[in-house]
Design a protein around this ligand. Structure first.
Ligand SMILES: C[S@@+](CC[C@H](N)C(=O)[O-])C[C@H]1O[C@@H](n2cnc3c(N)ncnc32)[C@H](O)[C@@H]1O
Length: 210
């Protein structure tokens, strides 16, 4: 990737910051809103992973756990992991996925995209919805995502257009370049209407070893 100005992470003021790092009662209210409004964009991102039922999938920034639940219902023989820095979201997602956590299908951890606590090539699919706008450094964070993706694995990123990072070049272009710089191939970045509004979607693949 050429040296370009990096997009700025989305840092809204109170009370909208409850969608950045939800905390306490207001964070739970934000979580309920996300559960209601964002189910379709979560489903759309999951659809981009072309899952067949036995994959290992990671969701980055799972929020209230709606996407994790969809994955658990879809992956009869698979494994689902999630990472999110908000204890309030971990609590909401854990109660929404209590049974799948108890039977070992779902593993939710506290942390940031920048330090994923899994070994290289741990996942066949990785998704992030309404989360990439919060990453401190999209370029280096995508390299961390590519590290834990297995050869042949897919990445899906979806974000509402109105919260996509600003500053520097259009985020579509920046994201395409950053996915390529992370070593991913078959990159597609496009815009599409997803139930509540226009969204930016991206899909890429980690080159297979054969
Ligand atoms: C706007 S919510 C989106 C939640 C859910 N994916 C959805 O679309 O409804 C953003 C989530 O990302 C989490 N988050 C914030 N910064 C993060 C980071 N650097 N790495 C991973 N997750 C992060 C927040 O705690 C929050 O749960």
């Amino acid at each position: 990737m050429t040296a370009r100005e990096a997009p700025r992470p989305f840092r809204p003021p109170w009370p909208i910051n409850q969608f950045v790092l939800p905390r306490g009662l207001l964070g739970r209210i934000a979580g309920e809103a996300m559960s209601f409004f964002n189910a379709s964009i979560e489903a759309r991102a999951i659809g981009l992973l072309d899952l067949t039922g036995d994959e290992r999938v990671l969701e980055i920034g799972f929020g209230p756990g709606v996407g994790i639940r969809m994955l658990a219902e879809r992956l009869g023989r698979g494994r689902i992991a999630g990472i999110d820095p908000s204890q309030t979201m971990i609590d909401m997602a854990s109660s929404r996925n209590r049974r799948a956590i108890a039977d070992g299908t779902v593993d939710l951890r506290k942390g940031l995209v920048s330090h994923l606590p899994w070994p290289d090539a741990s996942f066949d699919g990785i998704l992030s919805t309404n989360n990439v706008q919060l990453w401190e450094s999209v370029g280096s964070d995508l390299k961390e995502v590519a590290r834990v993706l297995a050869p042949g694995g897919r990445v899906a990123i979806a974000v509402y257009a109105w919260i996509a990072p600003r500053g520097g070049p259009p985020f579509d272009e920046y994201l395409r370049d950053a996915l390529a710089a992370a070593g991913l191939v078959d990159i597609k970045v496009w815009r599409e209407w997803v139930r509540v509004g226009p969204a930016l979607l991206a899909r890429a693949v980690k080159r297979s070893l054969i």
